[in-house]
Design a protein. Sequence first.
Length: 435
Amino acid sequence: MDMATRSSLIDYAALVRPDRVHSRLYLDPAIFEDELERIWYREWVFVGHDSEVPNPGDYRTGHLGKQPIIITRGRDMKVRVLLNRCTHRGNTLCQQRQGNAPTITCAYHGWTFGCEGDLQGMLFREDYPPDFKREDYGLYRVPRVELHRGFIFASLSPTGKSLKEHLGPAAANIDRFCDLSPTGEITMNHGVYRMRIECNWKMWMENSVDAYHVYQTHGSNVYLANMFEAKEGKAPPPPGKGYFGLIHARDLGNGHSDLDMRPQRRVTGMTYTGEWSGDIPQAAQRAYVEGLEKLHGKAKAEQILTEGPAHTVIFPNLFNMLQEIRWCVPVSVNETYIYYAPCLFKGAPDEINTARLRRDEGAYGPAGFQLSDDIEVWARNYQGLQAREVEWILMNRGIHQPVGRDQDGIPYQGDLSELTMRSQWRHYLELMSSP
């Protein structure tokens, strides 16, 4: 029985229940191939940021699912996503991660393409048939590419919901991330941490909005503990909960979810500039705040500084928090590539952007104090799933408790609820069960 036949026989409704999911969803190669077709090659997927290709001829390679792509900036300044595959004999064209080139020449037989994907020339053109037309053999252009605040999303399906419909309320969280810049723009061209993880891609997605693991997995993390200390003159935390108890686990729809820390920050008095402590000179902080006030007005700037950045997963592969963007690429049922890219504020004082880089390195760099915890847990997760006698993964924390609605009408529960993961799997079931 081939893989396609096997996947068509899978009863996903039997594997995804309201309070648990079957371990087969992380282990079965046929399910992984089905996910590629139904999610990665059909839905909107984050592929990059337009600051990575700021000039005509700039390119950056990557993957859309398992398919190799090139993100390019054309001479018309339009961002395109092309398949990194020569239309002659299938060779990959770009081998470097990024660069600038007005044309791309295939190293195999010398076919040359423009940065917009058009075929410009071939060696020994006279040997091709008289009816050969170059315009028929340009690089394949991913049919739908849309940007939101510089975030590039692509879909291999020529039809489907718009990016606006796909993002829904999650778009506001991208806005919050960008609005912390005094120009409203971020840049993501300062390097990226790349790693290969021995686990299924969905484990990373779940972990990114799981506040429950912080207490144990990151229990020795002094920085995280200090983040939630009471500020002078503020109300004490709810009994037995600490300030974590004020965080909302929210279901944003379409598989998107977040840990909304705004209620906590309003009580603790935490502000974005306050978190910098003595790391950044006061003059740089004043210049930064003045830039925000000039862009947004004083009241809005104060709100932005109090609420801080969002902590959001956008299904199936984007996560943004604090000072960085993260995304994953599925490689196989038990292998995932994960990328961590620090983001700087365009137009902000150098001292502030330098501090953002140093903090990102300290937490998530090769010797970082936080990322190593998660990497180890993901690998152990996948090893544990090999014990087939225990078939189910529980996601029932908080399921018996009432679901509230916040000021935006978004469903939420307390920070330790697994509502976020249940919302991801509910959307997953919808996609995997569709015709």
